[in-house]
Design a protein around this ligand. Structure first.
Ligand SMILES: Cc1ncc(COP(=O)(O)O)c(C=O)c1O
Length: 380
């Protein structure tokens, strides 16, 4: 894929000899941001502010030990490396820039945590007010602090994310207020650039499978849009199959009906009525993919495995993509040797309470080398 700065025809991307990226011309890497980088491929125009806090351009890491263990070629898309620690920054950047362009003064969203952190950060950068609605007690500590630190008005409701989304949809009809949940099309436009980067980093090809957590279903919708756009333009000759993974207690798309009281420790995906559920189902079907659900226990296993076998500390919801992958390898859905990308959507530090449940206690010791050596030997 060529960068938008290029005036040449699209690169024949499945040609391994094709030039893929000239790093010195990678405007995302230079901090000019996602809108500047992808302006000719996303729904923005010349008047859209090039708002950025450094989003996008996240690493795709080949997890070698984990690949060996699982028998596939596993790449991890580190969306946790975005400035607020989640993939939301991609779409939020475009949604907020468009809100500024339209003259909005206030952003509003319902959130399981990451949307609020991202909206608050972009509101701060754009000089807008931000109002976030979160379910009381069901949002990871770090995410709540992120929104507060950035100066958002944080309102905790005695209800679910789904209740909050219904309320903000109503409130956003007021003048000057922009709704920045993923029902906002610009969110999807920004988030689809994750797919562009995956293709770019895989040398102009798609993975065999893309495994991704599903909550409100905006991100899986966005990735599919990104891949299919590249396919339609002839820059990609094959499409990936999508494996969307939900938490067992919050799996409306797998179970085939809304969940009134969704429950999972992966609070980010504790959603019972996904706003883009139909699009997610269509994307999965079009890709000849699958939706699966995994239990909290299984996602915590994958969460620990990622930390201990790949050195990647993501948040619990992100690890469910790997839990789904493991299951799909076991039952033969994903063949050994396949090239797989798991999207790790958020950073582990956001949710220290869950992390505390999988770690060994620290060891108290005197300050001398001898005392420390004794502890090391005892734990060798
Ligand atoms: C860390 C994390 N992963 C996955 C998701 C699910 O994304 P979507 O709601 O777009 O399906 C979310 C949503 O908040 C999230 O915060």
């Amino acid at each position: 894929m060529t960068t938008p700065a290029s005036t040449s025809a699209p690169t024949a991307s499945d040609d391994p000899a094709a030039p893929l990226r000239i790093r010195s011309d990678d405007r995302t890497a230079r901090g000019e941001g996602l809108i500047a980088r992808w302006a000719d491929r996303i729904d923005v125009d010349d008047a859209t502010p090039r708002l950025t806090i450094g989003e996008g351009g996240t690493p795709l890491v080949h997890a070698r030990r984990l690949s060996e263990r699982l028998g596939v070629e596993l790449h991890l898309k580190l969306e946790l490396a975005n400035p607020t620690g989640s993939f939301k920054d991609r779409g939020m950047c475009v949604a907020v820039a468009r809100a500024v362009q339209a003259g909005a003064t206030t952003l509003i969203c319902a959130s399981t945590g990451n949307t609020s952190a991202s909206a608050a950060a972009f509101a701060a950068a754009a000089g807008l007010q931000c109002v976030v609605i979160v379910p009381t007690g069901k949002i990871a500590a770090g995410k709540l602090l992120q929104a507060q630190v950035a100066g958002a008005l944080v309102i905790q409701i005695d209800g679910s994310f789904d209740d909050g989304l219904a309320a903000v949809r109503e409130l956003s009809t007021r003048p000057g207020i922009a709704l920045v949940n993923s029902v906002n099309e610009y969110r999807i436009e920004g988030q689809k650039t994750g797919a562009f980067e995956v293709v770019e980093d895989l040398g102009g090809t798609a993975p065999d499978w893309l495994c991704i957590p599903v909550g409100n279903a905006g991100n899986i919708t966005a990735y599919w849009r990104g891949f299919t756009e590249l396919h339609a333009s002839g820059e990609l000759t094959s499409l990936p199959r999508l494996l969307g993974v939900q938490a067992a207690g919050a799996a409306p798309l797998v179970d085939g009906h809304d969940i009134e009281r969704p429950e999972t420790l992966a609070t980010a995906i504790r959603i019972g009525r996904p706003a883009r559920g139909d699009q997610a189902l269509a994307a999965v079907a079009d890709s000849r993919g699958q939706l699966r659900k995994r239990t909290d226990e299984q996602l915590v296993e994958a969460y620990a495995l990622l930390a201990k076998d790949a050195g990647i500390f993501c948040e619990p919801a992100s690890a469910i993509s790997v839990a789904g992958l493991i299951d799909a390898i076991h039952d033969g859905t994903i063949a050994r040797g396949s090239r797989v990308v798991c999207v790790l959507t958020g950073h582990g530090l956001k949710d220290p309470d869950t992390a505390a449940t999988i770690v060994q206690p620290t060891i108290a010791c005197g300050p001398s080398a001898a005392a420390i050596a004794a502890v090391i030997d005892a734990n060798a």
